[in-house]
Design a protein around this ligand. Sequence first.
Ligand code: FES
Length: 695
Amino acid sequence: MVTLKIDGRSVTVPEGTSVLEAALQNGIYIPHLCHHPDLPDLASCRLCLVEQDGSEPVPSCSLEAKEGMDIHTRSEKIDALRSLAMELLLAAHPAECTGCPKFGRCELQLLIQYMDASAARMRMRVKRVPTNENPLLQHEMLRCVLCGRCVRACKDLREVGVLRYNKQNMEVYVGTLHDKLLADSDCRFCGACAEVCPTGAIRDILNYNATEKRDTLIPCVAHCPAHAEVPEYVRFCKRGEFAKANAVIHEKLPFPECLGRVCNHKCELNCRHLDLNEAVSIREIKRACAENDDQFLWKKNAKQLPPTGKKVCVIGGGPAGLTAAIYLKKQGHSVTVFEALPKLGGQLQYGIPAYRLPREVVDRETSYAAEIGVEIRCGERIDRPVDMLKDYDAVLMATGTHSGTRLPVEGNDLPGVLVCTDFLRNASMGTETGMGKRVIVLGAGNVAFDCARTAVRLGAEKVYLACRKKLQDIKADLEEIEQGKEEGVEFLDGRTFDAAVGSGHVEGFRLSRIARTYTDGSGRSVVETEPDSQETVDVDTVIFAVGQRSALSPECGLELGRANCVAVKENSSAASVEGIFACGDAVTGTKSVVEAIAAARQAASEIDLFLGGDGDIREVLVDREPHDPAIGHIENFARIPRNEPAVASPEERRSSFSQISAGLCSKACEEAGRCLQCDLRFDIAPARPWTNYQG
Ligand code: FES
């Protein structure tokens, strides 16, 4: 350590520290611009001048603190030289600040205020620098003051080396080799350049304020309902450290093997790589991490608080109920899960077909609850949750939506008309579905495709899928549409559902082509059909896949809301009766598995609080390691195509419920390497403006 005096104050810092850092770290402000604590110093802006024992002013960023130094940060001479340095910086900077998206967050703007520099000095000349349009990052080099932070961040911090100083028309500017687009220059789009840029010269295309920054720049985490730490587990996967990756996943998501196959992956839909070419295959990476985990750190390091003596009854053994049960057990409560059906898993077991989600995977992941001591009682239906309060301190309703909806069309009660929930459950259980040989599925979501593709596998000779919207506008996943088509499903899109026809049994389904839909003056939706377009499709089975609802009735003793869902208090999981909580589809109507899991985590936290705990269900299942800031140079990085899993051929698929996707297998690490690591820039030290040093 060395001790020196700065403006009469004695400060002690480790050897090798610069005088500027010694001052800043001890609450003494010295103006600076080109200096950044994470970058090697250039000493080019000359704003950080100091005097040592009356000597000539020198930049303090490149002056090493030494024992016994006597440093002065202000003098007439220093002020004059700093003003001159500032004038040089401002000479080619645009005069208007208010039009800059960085207005209010610009370090240069704050320095101008600190030094009381005159804006009139700005833009004595106009820079002539090349411009080009890039995804994610905006380069507006007219605003550049050549502090060089971006070049050093790219070269020294990230070891990518894309940004450099160029010269054209006697003008030095920051650009790329031959002024190529960033994507053509092997840029890794890590955002470090924008993070360290003190002005609005290099900035993110997306605008955000301080509170929105993290969610905007790491959208995979923000859009995951459970906020799983996606970049963290993707990074572990890239290094082949699957056990660590799986532990990170398990901190927020209890069933990664299932989710790795069926999650609706909002993370991917919002991945910033989409702006370059294709999203990182986050869902498949999750699956690969879980499948390749051979150490199970997530089990070994799992939290287990001492017993509280409190008892919780969870009604429903689907993803929501089991998630809540697992977290409540870890909080020390005694938990019993009641499941009406013979096996655990809810929609994972009885809804999503086995060709997408093999049942041995469901059984393996759902068995963890029993492994940690949750009591499982399958085949026991609880109709009155209020009665359970006699034996339990809290009750959680996680009963899902198991009742299929029939649209009010003529013939909807004919024999041969089925609903999606019953059909898929019977198919999963291997029991009679009531399906004939020619099937029409009505609906446009993933469940409709599950029904149609299940019908194909059960041996239907002809399967139609009819929907009101045009195929390109339906909400089912693209892969469902493509794979369904390959398996022989015929689409009747843009059709009305007029009637199921037949005497004694379905003999056909009548529909018409939709010409247009619009909203009339009273706000009613009007469907206009094409003249003479009505046709009757020759089918013997109609499957409604137009929505599911809760099977609860008012006799359950709880206040119910829309579509018989459990009514809960605002921003809470608490139902109308004290001690009873509800979460997942039972509250919201049918949503995704990951949303059910996120809701269950919230409910578990609330129940723990209700039972006297602190409500903190978080756990760290693997220690985080310091991130390596040097991501390195990768040729053509932005153009590397997404790795897709191997999928069985349509011929193989049509006749079997065997899993159709083999996952990424050995390509998982490579795919993880495509991640932009958007979170890394948050490791970069934030700016230290003079306003932090007041008083
Ligand atoms: Fe020291 Fe620029 S010369 S901060």
